[in-house]
Design a protein around this ligand. Structure first.
Ligand SMILES: CC(C)(COP(=O)(O)OP(=O)(O)OC[C@H]1O[C@@H](n2cnc3c(N)ncnc32)[C@H](O)[C@@H]1OP(=O)(O)O)[C@@H](O)C(=O)NCCC(=O)NCCS
Length: 207
């Protein structure tokens, strides 16, 4: 198996990372995905918040994030509004939370611990900067099979109890994230009828 190395975002990596995002989210509309220019803006605002996994010089995994103040009961209606008009403008160095805006590993490289390592490095950013926690909205690919006959709350309980497996949310729970609640239309994700799960990790969860 090849050696994977990790780095933070650089200008040169913006295009290949955008290509990776396209491969990982084939059914997400462009407006809800990072492109090269969004990533360049991210680089300028807070390159430390974006972790890239490399096989040689080729990106095979990525996790992005910015600092924001969050009120979980009054989130902006869409993730794009939370992130700002050009993806980076909402970055607030004094914000209480790290908000993980994107996260993916190339399909050929999954199940090797790359996602876990990207999480560990983003959690280290949270701790290093003394933030309250790491929040994200998780896509729910596993809901595709259940959405016609199972309510979203019931589905999330099934994932939580281990009765159902969600390729994204189950992995996040194994990485210490706790479920806050389902959210709808935060971004476009047809596989789960645009349902997502608001999740949170705090340094206390690390034990
Ligand atoms: C979610 C994703 C980033 C995980 O990346 P990954 O590199 O495969 O994850 P890891 O190999 O680090 O797995 C971490 C843990 O989750 C478990 N896991 C991950 N995928 C799993 C799967 N399909 N089935 C069972 N367990 C799984 C691993 O066993 C591991 O647990 P362990 O360390 O306790 O053994 C990747 O599947 C992906 O890119 N999915 C598509 C995009 C996406 O959904 N992104 C999330 C947006 S919110």
């Amino acid at each position: 198996m090849s050696n994977i190395t990790y780095t933070t975002l650089s200008l040169e990596l913006c295009q290949p990372v955008a290509d990776l995002v396209d491969i990982c989210f084939p059914d997400m509309p462009d407006i809800d995905k990072y492109d090269r220019d969004d990533l360049r803006a991210m680089y300028k605002a807070f390159s430390e918040g974006t972790i890239i996994a490399l096989d040689g010089d080729r990106p095979v995994g990525m996790g992005t994030g910015i600092f924001v103040n969050l009120d979980f009961d009054n989130l902006p209606p869409t993730e794009n509004e939370l992130l700002g008009s050009d993806e980076h403008s909402a970055h607030n160095p004094a914000g209480d939370y790290y908000y993980g805006s994107d996260f993916c590993v190339h399909p050929d490289y999954r199940r090797r611990g790359i996602g876990r390592e990207i999480y560990n490095r983003r959690k280290a950013v949270v701790v290093r900067h003394g933030k309250v926690g790491f929040a994200a909205a998780a896509v729910l690919p596993g809901y595709e099979k259940f959405k016609h006959n199972t309510d979203i709350h019931a589905y999330l309980q099934m994932v939580k109890s281990g009765e159902a497996f969600d390729p994204t949310l189950s992995m996040q729970m194994r990485n210490g994230f706790k479920l806050i609640r389902p959210i709808k239309d935060f971004f476009t994700y047809p596989r789960s009828d645009n349902w997502a799960a608001l999740i949170l990790w705090t340094p206390e969860d690390a034990g």
